[in-house]
Design a protein around this ligand. Structure first.
Ligand SMILES: [Zn+2]
Ligand SMILES: [Zn+2]
Length: 289
């Protein structure tokens, strides 16, 4: 009687989504590859560069790359997109149209930061809040999380309890907002109203540095390990991270949202002070983001 159960379990295990993360470019950007164990079908999130090494790693694992998903169009996340799409004839999915000007500016971004020449591209499909992307029948949810860039999106897999959040949130910090069309209050609203409802236990894979969970991200005191990790990568991450007061800001936001607020989509509507604007998709659309 054990065998059929074991077989079913094995099949279920084999059809699970998995991922690995490999830092790419001089900024050590966390490029993730999501794949299904059984079929080896795969999608890459944010191929910022080091395309040869990335393709080697994908080949070594016997994966078949089918899609490119983008969180936002900063050079370290999107710089290798055009080359990879051309080499493997892949569709480019994302980011949100708000990042069009960052895509157009990829060659200049590359020159400014000393990257290999980067090309602009046209996404096969733009993403909007509430969209989904699909890999081998597995669905990931797309949330629009502006603030770091206006067209930033994140990919959430309830199945894996993982969220790929780009430069919105880091272990112990938040994304920089002093770029063109960056906005601090909008970023905080994205984090509290679009990321935290995914649940305290959801692990997020940030664009730089170690993974953490949303519950951990809102705690006021960093652990020793988190401090150490922050210190080790602070130099490279400093281009895209606001280091100093971020955790304090998040702790305040959590207090503002109120006890039990995390995990409730509506929480921000009742408890947030004026410093935390209620994020509304239509409001940012009106502002042209
Ligand atoms: Zn960025
Ligand atoms: Zn980045």
């Amino acid at each position: 009687m054990q065998r059929p159960v074991a077989l079913v379990s094995l099949i279920a295990l084999a059809s699970m989504l998995r991922y690995f993360t490999r830092p790419v470019t001089a900024f050590q950007q966390n490029c993730s590859v999501v794949y299904e164990d059984a079929t080896r079908r795969a999608a890459v999130i944010d191929p910022g560069g080091d395309i040869d090494a990335l393709m080697q790693e994908i080949g070594r694992r016997g994966l078949m790359l089918e899609q490119i998903w983008l969180t936002h169009a900063h050079i370290d996340h999107a710089g290798g997109t055009a080359e990879l799409a051309r080499r493997l004839n892949l569709p480019i999915i994302g980011p949100h149209p708000g990042d069009q000007f960052w895509i157009d500016g990829l060659p200049q971004q590359g020159a400014m930061f000393g990257f290999p020449p980067a090309e602009a591209f046209t996404p096969t499909r733009w993403l909007q809040d509430g969209d989904t992307v699909e890999l081998a029948g597995h669905v990931l949810h797309v949330r629009h999380c502006p603030g770091h860039t206006p067209g930033h999106v994140v990919f959430h897999s309830p199945e894996m309890q993982r969220a790929f959040v780009g430069d919105v949130l880091f272990a112990g910090s938040i994304g920089r907002t002093d770029f063109p069309q960056g906005d601090h209050a909008t970023l905080i609203a994205s984090i509290t109203q679009r990321l935290w409802p995914m649940g305290d236990d959801t692990v997020f894979i940030p664009g730089h540095g170690p993974e953490s969970s949303f519950g951990q991200s809102a705690r006021p005191t960093p652990t020793c390990a988190a401090r150490k990790a922050q210190g080790a990568s602070a130099l490279r991450r400093s281009l895209f991270v606001q280091p100093a007061h971020a955790r304090h800001v998040l702790a305040q936001a959590r207090d503002a949202v109120g006890a039990g607020g995390v995990g409730r989509q509506e929480a921000g509507r009742t408890g947030a002070p004026e410093a935390l604007p209620i994020f509304s998709h239509s409001a940012t659309e009106a502002a042209g983001l």
